[in-house]
Design a protein around this ligand. Sequence first.
Ligand code: NAD
Length: 697
Amino acid sequence: MTSPVTPSPVTSRRSGDIAVVIIDNPPVNALGHKVRAGLATELAALEADATVAAVVLACAGRTFVAGADITEFGKPLEPPGLHEVIAQIGRMTKPVVAAIHGTALGGGLELALGCHYRVAVATAQFGLPEVKLGILPGAGGTQRLPRVLGVIPALEIMTTGDFIGADKALAGGLIQRILPDLDQAAVDFAREIAAARPLPLIEASDGKLAEARANPGLIDEFARSIARRSRGFRAPGAIIDCVKAALAKPFADGLAYERERFMELVQSPESAAQRYAFFAEREAGKVPGLPSDTPVRPIRRAAVIGAGTMGGGIAMNFANAGIPVTLIETGAEALERGLKTIRANYEATAKRGGITPADAEARFARITGSLKLEDAAEADIVTEAVFEEMGLKKDLFGKLDRIVRADAILATNTSTLDVNEIAAATSRPERVLGTHYFSPANVMKLLEIVRGTATAPDVLATAMAMARKLKKVPVVVGVCYGFVGNRMLHRRASQVESLLLEGASPAELDQALLDFGFPMGPCAMADLAGIDVGWRIRQGLGIRDEVSDRLYEAGRLGQKTGAGFFRYEPGNRAPIPDPAVDAIIAAAAAAKGIDRRSIPQDEILARLLYPMVNEAAHILEEGIASRASDIDIVWFYGYGWPVYRGGPMYWADHIGLETIRAGLQKMTDRLSDARLKPAPLLARLAAEGRGFLGPKA
Ligand code: NAD
């Protein structure tokens, strides 16, 4: 039996003397081998056809080419490469017009940059997001975009991966015209420019490079401005180098340099980790046991109970997504305070230029304060963010159950309480779940969605869809103390205490994690959250932390009192080591009869991170997380684990699980702490020479 010949994803049609080449490779017209080969064939035929005066290059479906085919990554590339197709366009003797709708991203934008003209519909977006995968635009993007847009705007796009809209693209000269449609209007445009010569290729001139040549310090200044957020990542620096090459070298040499740096990045461990993270995030969206056709209910109106730290941020999420929200408090003063904070937040964002003042106003207007629980009646989802007390939450859920519609979802933002117990206080446990936001709730992208034993599939599916609408990254977790993120964090926190007692300083602990790539160390983080927060939790649990409790007793509550693990100058959040804290720690250690020693950084790191990996193994075994990569997503988006190291599970696989197991065994023996004992899953995988994520990472 012969296999049917698959049609080429690239075809062309004629409109008089204008040829329209159509790429049709659903879902996003990725530039896989067949598309590249199809383009080469089609363009060669049109070049040879004397009846063709100009070519329009467009895409079928919902978007222009939205990037390379990332499944081809790491595999030997089948020719022609994208740069060859682009070079072929450059050699053509008739104009090629890229006609763009949807998103022209990565290789898609590079292809468009290689054309003579670019036109787009008003809703089109443009971007070079390669940096997010730890690589750079490797088909001329780093050489052409600065020529068109100017060095700094191009660097901004390439080092952030952010998109720009058609209006900005037009103003910057990236596109020549915004068209009402890409059918007749694009053909008309092509006919209009068909005879114009010479054919305008971006590389034919230095374009806006001259501006940067006149101001040689500009690029280094830009590099300094992104140093903080690009720390540890390899791609942003390489992109900057490529733009410098665009300034210093002829175009062809610049291209060769870009190629070289691209190859280096593709093979780098940072990029491998970032690509892993990309797929892990996609994977986290698929919930085991939840068919993709599970009905999703629209969230048209929301209510949030409690206008404190979390409730205010959660309400902002809904308002930002265009969903009207009622924010309900018990007392007028608390409500007033909550609304004032929200307003101040919006005003600050508008002041920084993040949103327009009108937008800030519109978002704030979507939030209605109320002192009556009955005002939650119309909500499709009610999110509870009151004090962390079981009695209070159960009482509230019982009341809400009688107020809201039978099909409404009741969600709790609890950090530690049993979601099943809360659900049992209602007559609809199947419509109850946890939505665990992270502070600040309007900023942090992680949303742990806590699936109760009774949670119905459509409720879970609706919460996942809602999370995406709120621009969050949802990860489904099971019910347990602290869920995935905080449960692992607790293991780290207990090591912080014992390391301090054994001889490390707060500054040394923080430095170890800063050097690893976290945005903040554990001691500075505790100072930010408030030393009293942990103290209150421990009081509830009837446990004591030697160091933190002494800080609390000394009135050192963290940043808010100007002193915690560190001291702080007024108006400055930079932590300053404080000899007074050294004395507190020394006294605590002496009281416990501990001989203090100096602890090397690699030991500090192992002590902080291995116990977290161990806890994650328990979490996996218990089915609290359905896959190892979900745990990594939690740590990227909830705690700032450096993406270029690939998350705690990926990282552990790379260290080797046997190394981690042996390290934990040593800690268990030395510290006589049973919680550090290697988890059965970790021990088994280590013995089998496997990793959490598969046979061998
Ligand atoms: P908070 O003390 O800042 O705010 C709680 C608010 O709830 C207060 O304004 C209080 O007046 C109000 N409230 C109390 N009882 C109420 C009732 N019956 N009806 C209406 N309002 C009522 O607390 P928070 O930090 O925002 O925490 C809220 C919840 O979120 C807790 O369950 C907490 O565990 C959880 N959480 C907190 C964080 C965090 O970092 N702060 C992170 C994730 C989850």
